[in-house]
Design a protein around this ligand. Structure first.
Ligand code: HEC
Length: 198
């Protein structure tokens, strides 16, 4: 899920090309549950959904629709790079597998909750998630992964070149993950990005 800035509330309701209509913040959050978490949507009027929307509202801090908000989304990547999956597999083994598992299965705590999320398989985000797209994933990885690799605030994250980020994203996004049958309704008015997985 890439809506992780405090100012998300000010950006909704707004038109979403993937949905082909104006969506609310609750719709956007449910998109994360359905796609990024490969789970179920919450009723819009449930206490849990209301609590999350209230939390985003509380963090809004005077931002307005169409404001350019630092930190929103995944950051930039040069999408003219083509992935080299063999090299991506090597990067994965050397720099990612220690946390995300040799087979993308993630790492669990003793109580079997995840400390490091799985990157493929049926516990990972499904093909309808933004993270299943090559350049979205590569941009996320370039700016946020691997954690603990260098000197950058706050998590010592980042450090891969654009090409390396595209290679490793090419590798893990093309591993097996769950389908998202409702994907047939996506981008009803066109505008599908070229790296969508379907
Ligand atoms: C020190 C442990 C660590 C290492 C090494 C690491 N990650 Fe992560 N990774 C994490 C954690 C923790 C999260 C969850 C972050 C969050 O939820 O904000 C994460 C999240 C992710 C996600 C998002 C998963 C999702 O479900 O949305 C991707 C993709 C990812 N990492 C890719 C990589 C890649 C590729 C590498 C190697 C270049 C890497 N990571 C190395 C700890 C690590």
């Amino acid at each position: 899920m890439t809506v992780r800035t405090s100012e998300a509330t000010s950006q909704f309701p707004s038109y979403a090309a993937r949905a082909g209509k104006v969506i609310s913040l609750a719709d956007r959050i449910n998109g994360c549950f359905l796609r990024s978490m490969n789970g179920k949507a919450l009723p819009v009027d449930s206490a849990d959904m209301k609590a999350m929307v209230a939390y985003f509202n509380w963090m809004e801090k005077g931002c307005h629709l169409n404001d350019k908000i630092p930190g929103r989304g995944t950051g930039k990547i040069d999408n003219t790079f083509k992935p080299n999956l063999t090299h991506g597999k090597d990067i994965y083994a050397a720099q990612c597998a220690s946390c995300h598992g040799a087979n993308g299965e993630g790492t669990k705590r003793a109580d079997s909750s995840y400390i490091y999320p799985p990157l493929w398989g049926n516990q990972s985000f499904n093909i309808g998630a933004g993270m299943a797209r090559l350049y979205t994933a590569a941009a996320f990885v370039k700016n946020n992964m691997p954690i603990g690799a260098q000197n950058r605030f706050p998590l010592a994250q980042g450090g891969l070149s654009d090409q390396d980020a595209v290679d490793v994203a090419g590798y893990f996004t093309t591993q097996w993950r769950s389908d998202f049958p409702a994907k047939i309704h996506d981008w009803p008015n066109g505008g599908k990005p070229k790296d969508a997985r379907y």
